[in-house]
Design a protein around this ligand. Structure first.
Ligand SMILES: *Cc1c(COP(=O)(O)O)cnc(C)c1O
Length: 401
């Protein structure tokens, strides 16, 4: 059986986690700080805050910006539920928009969805392929769009326009016009969940890249406190002799990362560019070379003049098939002991959103992309022989049916 996406755990990982476990400090401390500094350097920005998940990071930033009932947040219909769920948690309404053929949010659809209630746009770099950031960043700065922005909080007044909060769950390591994912918008949040390109088992990181007059260093300090119950000193700071007294400045959240998990991330990041990304790219290239020869397949675009993917999800589409036929193809692939997936069931097809009045008929490109999509295994430990097995299994299921 070829699994879909097992994590890369080896002696280096075990050694660093063991070092954290036996260091005398297992929760947020020096290893989290080190990972934050290394991530900031990796992305070419000044401040990164590690948190317990991408979902927690997105929600923290929506709450920081003061998103609440009566507000609207624009989210692509084609994403994982987390992107929209965090908007619901804040009491605001996710306004879903269609995507393009490349799975990225359609900028013209975003434009049409903007109202005076719009507070945030959340683009998703689906599969690791960056969205059209120049267009999105220009859109929120257009005078007519700025003029209808209606701020309710100090943060909203200070920004004076719609916030771009990227769900960069897939895209650490991706590039847009030479710039790294994490540095492309006001705020971006990575996921380090077990199936993601770079993992800490569970975890996430918020990349702070707000323009003047925001001070990202100051915001980092505020968010660190917000992610630890609003407590003015964290447990590590309190270990210093005589430093026990603390205050609580706001009713904060609890979504900090632990040093035990940061240890996994430190090992992952160290070899990410030299080992993980090249291997993933090789798997993508090998799949595309095999499938592009046949008219049945529509291979994904993952490199253009402006964009380079992080090679997170290989989103293969089969031409001229229905959703039912796609499901049967997956069945035939599974019978050959190869595990594949579909990314994603569009939000309007999930009961919660369907019952909330969203209709998949309003998102034709999202449905078209989804109905014929099959995601193939991509991970560091996948061997060239296994890549061949996957290709053969897909060929058997599609070409020679
Ligand atoms: C995985 C994922 C998330 C959630 O990440 P967590 O770290 O599990 O909270 C959000 N958005 C997308 C697109 C994802 O794939």
């Amino acid at each position: 059986m070829i699994p879909f996406s097992p994590p890369r755990i080896d002696e280096a990982t075990v050694a660093e986690v063991t070092a954290a476990l036996t260091s005398g400090w297992i929760t947020t401390g020096p290893r989290v700080k080190k990972l934050e500094e290394q991530l900031a350097a990796y992305c070419g920005i000044s401040n990164v805050l590690c948190v317990s998940s991408n979902s927690a990071g997105l929600e923290l930033m929506l709450r920081w910006f003061g998103v609440r009932a009566g507000d609207e947040v624009i989210v692509p219909a084609y994403t994982y539920c987390a992107t929209a769920n965090v908007v619901v948690h804040c009491g605001a309404r996710p306004v879903l928009v269609d995507v393009g053929d490349d799975f990225c949010v359609n900028v013209e659809a975003v434009r049409r969805a903007i109202t005076p209630r719009t507070k945030v746009i959340m683009p998703v770099d689906l599969g690791g392929f960056p969205c059209d950031y120049d267009e999105l960043n220009a859109l929120v700065r257009e005078p007519a769009i700025v003029a209808q922005f209606t701020p309710n909080t100090d943060e909203q007044r200070r920004l004076g326009r719609i916030l771009v909060l990227a769900d960069a769950a897939h895209s650490i390591g991706a590039k847009y016009k030479g710039k790294a994912a994490g540095s492309l918008t006001d705020l971006s949040v990575f996921s380090f969940h077990a199936v993601k390109n770079l993992t800490t088992a569970e975890g996430g990181a918020i990349c702070l890249n707000l323009p003047e007059p925001f001070d990202n260093e100051q915001l980092y300090k505020r968010l660190r406190i917000m992610s630890l119950h609003g407590q003015s000193k964290d447990a590590f700071a309190k270990t210093q002799i005589g430093n026990w007294r603390y205050d609580v400045t706001e009713a904060g959240f609890k979504c900090n990362m632990t040093d035990v998990l940061a240890a996994i991330g430190l090992v992952e990041l160290q070899r990410y560019d030299s080992e993980n990304l090249p291997k993933r790219k090789w798997i993508f290239d090998t799949y595309s070379a095999a499938f592009a020869k046949y008219p049945q397949f529509n291979v994904p675009v993952y490199e253009t003049a402006d964009k380079t993917s992080s090679y997170h999800l290989y989103l293969l589409r089969i031409n001229n098939i229905t959703e039912e036929e796609r499901d049967k193809i997956i069945q035939r692939i599974s019978e050959q002991e190869v595990y594949v997936n579909v990314h994603y069931l569009p939000l309007p097809m999930l009961s919660f959103y369907k019952n909330g009045g969203y209709n998949i008929g309003d998102y034709p490109v999202t449905y078209r992309n989804y109905a014929c999509e099959i995601t193939l295994p991509v991970y560091y430990d996948l061997t060239p022989e296994q890549v061949e097995t996957v290709i053969q299994a897909v060929m058997n299921a599609v070409v020679q049916k």
